[in-house]
Design a protein around this ligand. Structure first.
Ligand SMILES: [Zn+2]
Length: 280
């Protein structure tokens, strides 16, 4: 599943090709993409408008169009935006034809990806207000801020990190990698983290996301850049998908467990398991 670094990688590659271009033709082949709106409503709002900027919030792309029209695209499990792929590329759901002849195709085998519309800046704000928390790459994510957000939360810290309403854009891979670097067990209750742990975790989240972006994202499952090239961060995973391999810090075998319903990789020497207090 694409996470923030993969989305940001695609955005950076696509932006120079779409910004300033008019969407001459928008073809929505799968009406599920625009639910609850009908495809025609989205086509009417987008067609003929210039893309002023292609931005990102969490794992959403935002096509910022003329007249404060915004199209928010989410890749979900298997979506991808490809620039000028072969016209018969499989699993196409949406086709953007630009006024310079370039074509962006949204391909998505499992069809969970979405395209939602906001008319006006207030509608855009309202859309994200209930869905996304702070952007991890800006100045907002600090140890004290993280500690305040996690206060009284009994959920495991891994679940806390995956909840997009706290921090936007962190998914399974980068949560594992950040927790390992911060030496925090994924099952530790979020509200029990110390100030020092929160500071280490805030720092680790930024470091792993930045490293992921620098590597062009991670290529697992089907992730590809708009030009079809793959990312390389999977080669830099310290624990994720490394069950049985030696921890790069201490040599203990990495184990796999389930946290927040997701396969989770941990070195239980570097990331001590929280003690369970038994009732007397
Ligand atoms: Zn270790």
């Amino acid at each position: 599943m694409p996470e923030l670094p993969e989305v940001e990688t695609i955005r950076r590659q696509l932006a120079p090709h779409v910004e300033g271009r008019v969407v001459q033709h928008l073809e929505i082949l799968d009406p599920r993409f625009t639910l609850p709106l009908a495809p025609d409503e989205v086509v009417d709002a987008v067609e003929g408008r210039r893309v002023e900027r292609l931005t990102r919030r969490g794992k959403y792309f935002i096509f910022e169009l003329q007249d404060d029209v915004f199209l928010m695209v989410h890749l979900r499990m298997t979506g991808n935006l490809l620039l000028d792929p072969a016209p018969d590329t499989p699993y196409q759901r949406v086709i953007f034809t630009l006024d310079d002849g370039h074509v962006v195709r949204f391909c998505d085998p499992r069809r969970f990806g979405t395209g939602e519309l906001a008319i006006g800046a207030d509608a855009l704000e309202a859309f994200f207000a209930g869905r996304l928390g702070i952007e991890p790459l800006g100045d907002e994510l600090t140890g004290p801020r993280l500690k305040a957000m996690a206060r009284n939360r009994r959920a495991p810290v891994k679940a806390f990190l995956l909840d997009q309403r706290h921090i936007a854009g962190v998914g399974n891979i980068y949560a594992d990698e950040a927790l390992f670097r911060a030496r925090i067990h994924p099952l530790r209750p979020a509200g029990k983290l110390t100030g020092a742990q929160c500071a280490a975790l805030a720092d680790a989240v930024k470091v792993v996301l930045a490293a992921g972006i620098d590597a062009g994202g991670s290529t697992i499952d089907d992730f590809r850049h708009p030009d079809g090239v793959a990312g390389a961060f999977q080669n830099d995973f310290l624990v994720h998908l490394r069950r049985g391999e030696p921890c790069p810090t201490c040599g203990t075998a990495v184990i796999k467990l389930v946290a927040a319903g997701r396969g989770t990789y941990v070195c239980e020497s570097c990331q001590p398991r929280p003690r369970i207090r038994r009732r007397p």
